[in-house]
Design a protein around this ligand. Structure first.
Ligand SMILES: [Fe+2]
Length: 316
């Protein structure tokens, strides 16, 4: 089965999870559909559970136990990555520039294409995070795309051996409007971040919060909105029903708090009985896949606001 035309050395699930191109359909993603893989040397591994890997978007949940880190530093030739922390506190490191950041639950780290990154867990609690990579995690011609070694990672106390260090000028995030004009360039234009090899931490206060809908209102707060991916946190208040929307990219939903109902409009067309429409009810931690072009709507029927992490790539 060579559905996506991949060469040798690439696992079959890449680009085909949960469905190969041309065969995508709406589905709830259950645990038995996840694909597990370990990244890193045997003594410094991060455990990954991939729940989506299509031709448009890759998403996995990863776990790093207390006191560990992953080695070698990651590097994606074909896409940007974004980590969103579900549990714990992480120390993010760019070995080429030496820049180091700590961030916690609800925070995110943006990793531009070709930017080295590594996570250390300096705490006594595990880190669990969602990773999203788009448009592609690996090349079609090789799994790891040969990650070059970082000869002199810029750790503190390593300053005497830094002749090979990467000299990048300091980077300052642009001042952007907190409105729809910043969709596609939040928290900075993608090409700018890639050029600067700049890891960016996006805490909840740094998200681009927008009211979604003209007549019906929910909150959508973008962690990142770039030429490669759009992801953020949906807050559906009590008794809310969002307006229908359709994307050019694949969408993945992961419920963070509460229970989210997702209605797919094509169900409506299939039924002559207008009074009842099937929908998906997603509990905390549940995940769902909505392929590009499928119209959908979010609803909250519980006593509390519902929060869900939603990613769409490559285009909204
Ligand atoms: Fe959506």
């Amino acid at each position: 089965m060579k559905e996506s035309g991949k060469g040798d050395g690439i696992p079959e699930w890449i680009g085909n999870t949960p469905f190969p191109p041309g065969k995508k359909r709406v589905c709830r993603i259950t645990r038995d559909m996840y694909v597990g893989f370990l990244y890193g040397f045997e003594t410094a591994q991060v455990e990954n559970q991939v729940f989506v890997s299509t031709d448009m978007i890759f998403m996995a949940e990863w776990t790093l136990p207390p006191g560990s880190h992953y080695e070698p530093p990651g590097y994606h030739l074909h896409g940007d990555e974004c980590y969103y922390l579900l549990e714990g506190e992480a120390t993010g490191f760019n070995p080429e520039t030496g820049e180091t950041f700590t961030f916690g639950k609800g925070d995110a780290m943006i990793i531009p294409q070709c930017t080295r990154h590594q996570i250390f867990n300096m705490t006594d609690k595990r880190i669990v995070a969602i990773a999203c990579v788009a448009p592609a995690i690996w090349a079609d011609d090789g799994m790891g795309t040969i990650i070059p070694r970082v000869e002199a990672p810029r750790f503190y106390k390593g300053r005497d051996k830094l002749s090979g260090g990467l000299a990048v000028p300091p980077y300052r995030l642009p001042e952007l409007k907190r409105n729809i004009d910043s969709i596609g360039i939040w928290p900075a234009p993608g090409p700018e971040l890639r050029k600067a090899k700049q890891l960016v931490i996006v805490r909840p206060r740094d998200q681009l919060a927008l009211i979604h809908g003209v007549e019906r209102h929910v909150l959508f707060s973008f962690v990142v909105s770039s030429d490669f991916m759009h992801l953020g946190v949906l807050t559906a208040p009590v008794a809310s029903v969002s307006e229908f929307e359709t994307h050019e990219g694949d969408e993945v939903i992961n419920v963070l708090e509460g229970e989210l109902c997702v209605r797919i409009s094509s169900f409506k067309e299939e039924r002559s009985d207008d009074a009842t429409y099937p929908h998906y009810k997603l509990l905390e931690g549940n995940k769902m896949f909505i392929p590009a072009g499928v119209t959908h709507q979010y609803m909250n029927f519980i006593n509390n606001p519902v929060k869900a992490y939603i990613a769409v790539a490559p285009r909204l």
